[in-house]
Design a binder for this molecule. Structure first.
Ligand SMILES: [Cu+2]
Length: 167
């Protein structure tokens, strides 16, 4: 009730389809949450794909990102990274808190989404639909462009700059 859902497809899908390198702008909104800068890294192994995006919570109360899914993946998971000696290890998270007024950036080397057990491997230039699930706001399906693995650091840096500006 009172939940509204707007896909900003005019800007989003158009630029994804043409350039294959979408802008960092809003991709979808649901309630007080705006999802921006979505991208999936082209998998280096066929089993899993990493999913990155930012969420801005413009509301008065916190929400929690509780999961993600896609038709071409058997499972979705949220991951964090912990240091394990000299290496970083991924650990499953039950949720990612989105504080009121906060922008959370999911990115390589930090918290991120994973799609596991893929029926097909997304290729760079593709756009795939990924559904994000939030505790309070509900679910929203967002178009995610697939980018080359070598692009993900630049994209993370861009997302962090934008999040910083929103502060
Ligand atoms: Cu992971």
């Amino acid at each position: 009730m009172g939940r509204f859902l707007t896909l900003l497809t005019a800007v989003g899908l158009g630029s994804y389809a043409c350039a294959g390198s979408p802008g960092p702008g809003p991709a979808a909104t649901i309630g007080a949450l705006t999802v921006s800068n979505p991208y999936v890294a082209e998998p280096v192994t066929p089993e899993v794909a990493a999913v990155y995006f930012s969420v801005t919570n413009t509301g008065e109360s916190a929400d929690i990102l509780i999961g993600l899914s896609a038709k071409f993946a058997a499972r979705g998971a949220l991951h964090g990274q912990v240091r394990d000696g000299n290496t970083m290890r991924m650990v499953p998270l039950v949720g990612i808190e989105l504080g009121a007024g906060e922008t959370v950036v999911l990115r390589a080397g930090d918290r991120h989404g994973m799609l596991e057990d893929l029926a097909r491997s997304p290729r760079r230039g593709d756009t795939v639909s990924v559904t994000l699930r939030f505790r309070d706001a509900g679910s929203v399906t967002v178009p995610f462009p697939v980018v080359g693995y070598e692009e993900i650091d630049a994209r993370a840096a861009q997302a962090l700059r934008i999040a910083e500006r929103r502060r």
